[in-house]
Design a protein around this ligand. Structure first.
Ligand code: PGA
Length: 257
């Protein structure tokens, strides 16, 4: 059984002061309550130590939004896997469409980061997804397949349990537009079958595939109910303790069905 992962991507929002307040609010909402799935928040690097501290002794986890491929050295502005591990981070988002778009990250570069993260025992959340015009042309599967292809060749299937994919149609990110549950399921199923072809059925069954793109309390239940949707990568709605907790509650309820 795959555990549902409800992951928040704060992007370039919430500096240390705001992050601490928000993380404390989230913890307070779940005080004394049980959450049987996984909850993760990925704040900006400077806020990460504060969020880690607020989450200490709770089930909430803190993760990163990016990482570099080297351990240390002359790489001004970069952060290494060992630094994240020192902060007790398990998860790191990689290949987000904003990194691809504004920082020119390529499939090759992202694949190397994913390999590094997995080899070091951390869990990458690899973001894939098509742009609006690509969907209009019916190219969404080809686009996602290309984004996944190198990585699945570079990485061994023994890492399947730690490998997380986030299907994020770019046209649905921060736009209020969401993929319909059917569109999401179709793409998630496609991703799982592609992984199964490259690796094996058994490995594909272990990989968690999150949906991202304007997930919020109002649409979370129908998206999370889909067979191949194993959680959410949530931007805007993760910046409020109320909405993030509500999505977590929906995941908890669905896990009991
Ligand atoms: P959104 O962002 O929920 O604000 O659409 C999702 C993401 O970019 O990960």
């Amino acid at each position: 059984m795959r555990k549902t992962l409800i992951a928040g991507n704060w992007k370039m929002n919430a500096g240390p002061t705001e992050a601490k307040v928000l993380a404390d609010e989230m913890v307070a909402k779940w005080e004394g309550k049980e959450f049987s799935q996984e909850a993760l928040i990925c704040p900006p690097f400077v806020s990460l130590p504060f969020v880690v501290k607020s989450f200490r002794d709770t089930f909430f986890k803190a993760g990163a939004q990016n990482v570099y491929t080297e351990n240390n050295g002359a790489y001004t502005g970069e952060i290494s896997v060992s630094m994240l591990k020192e902060l007790t981070c398990e998860y790191v988002i990689l290949g987000h469409s904003e990194r691809r778009e504004y920082f020119n990250e390529t499939d090759d570069f992202i694949a190397k980061k994913v390999r590094k993260v997995l080899n070091e025992g951390m869990k990458p959340i690899l973001c894939v997804g098509e742009k609006f015009d690509q969907r209009q042309q019916g190219d969404q599967k080809a686009v996602v397949q290309k984004q996944l292809s190198n990585i699945l060749s570079l990485v061994n299937e023994s890492h399947a349990e730690n490998f997380v994919v986030a299907y994020e149609p770019v046209w649905a990110i921060g736009t209020g537009e969401t993929a319909t549950p059917e569109q999401a399921q179709e793409m998630h199923q496609f991703i799982r079958s592609f992984i199964s072809n490259k690796w094996s059925d058994e490995a594909a069954d272990k990989v968690r595939i999150l949906y991202g793109g304007s997930m919020k309390p109002a649409n979370a239940e129908e998206l999370l109910s889909q067979n191949d949707v194993d959680g959410g990568l949530i931007g805007g709605a993760s910046l409020k303790a109320d909405s993030f907790s509500e999505i977590m509650s929906i995941a908890e309820k669905l896990s009991k069905n």
